[in-house]
Write a protein that binds this ligand. Structure first.
Ligand code: ADP
Ligand code: ADP
Ligand code: ZN
Length: 212
């Protein structure tokens, strides 16, 4: 299955993506995680992306489209993939379509803005493998340490109230229109985000027609 996850920052794309990845045995491709790795490694893309990300703005379409096309052409994507965080503009959605890559479903995880601000303020991320955690709703077994790889958990630089506000604005203005685009293609399904990760997973599986 070639799947796209759409939703505001903090909707649970990373969290549900991880669960779906295990269930479907396909990789999740998170453009946010790829860009943060590029910044950490001080690559050309990283240098370019850093300021946009820290201000809560989108990285330019041409930059991210090139990164994603390269990634999707790698052999591990042949058996399917989950895209988390791409496309984020109609231009990106168009470019994906024009590249001839088949998409089977686009899952929108719907969560209101006020819930987002609380969630992102309490989000933590593994500095090594990018797995998502939450200080109340998804605690690691050992405080500050990733369950999966032992990496240190950190708070993302863009998970602060001011930047979160910008990211939500950008989401509504630039990203939400892609839902109409995919609705028009007959690919959009919706899951209403719930107050626990488990309940959201049930909605996600139902929307995708998967057995829990
Ligand atoms: P996204 O990838 O869409 O930005 P994440 O998956 O990183 O979102 O989730 C954002 C934060 O909210 C994380 O700290 C995560 O553990 C937490 N979270 C995700 N889904 C839920 C939920 N349904 N209820 C409560 N907290 C959640
Ligand atoms: P979240 O988990 O909050 O949804 P991501 O980790 O997906 O955020 O993305 C973090 C930041 O990386 C975005 O705010 C944006 O600056 C940049 N980014 C990620 N994906 C894209 C994309 N497809 N197009 C442009 N910018 C992107
Ligand atoms: Zn980890």
């Amino acid at each position: 299955m070639n799947l796209i996850l759409v939703g505001p920052p903090g909707a649970g794309k990373g969290t549900q993506g991880e669960i779906l990845s295990e269930k479907l045995n396909i990789d999740t491709i998170s453009t946010g995680a790829m860009l943060r790795a590029a910044i950490k490694n001080d690559t050309e893309v990283g240098k370019l992306a850093k300021q946009y990300i820290n201000e809560g703005k989108l990285v330019p379409d041409d930059v991210i489209i090139k990164v994603v096309k390269e990634r999707l052409s790698e052999p591990d994507c042949e058996g399917g993939f989950i895209l988390d965080g791409f496309p984020r503009t109609t231009a990106q959605a168009q470019a994906l379509k024009e590249s001839g890559i088949r998409i089977d479903k686009v899952l929108s995880i719907e969560v209101p803005d006020d819930v987002i601000v609380e969630r992102l303020s309490s989000r933590r991320e593994c500095s090594k493998c990018a797995a998502p955690y939450h200080i109340v709703f998804h605690k690691p077994l050992k405080e500050g340490v990733c369950d999966k790889c032992g990496g240190a958990l950190i708070q993302r630089a863009d998970d602060n109230p001011e930047t979160i506000k910008n990211r939500l604005k950008v989401y509504h203005e630039q990203t939400e229109p892609i839902k109409d685009f995919y609705e028009g293609e007959g690919l959009l399904v919706r899951a209403v985000g719930q107050s626990s990760i488990e309940d959201t997973t049930k909605e996600v599986f139902k929307a995708l027609g998967l057995e829990v």
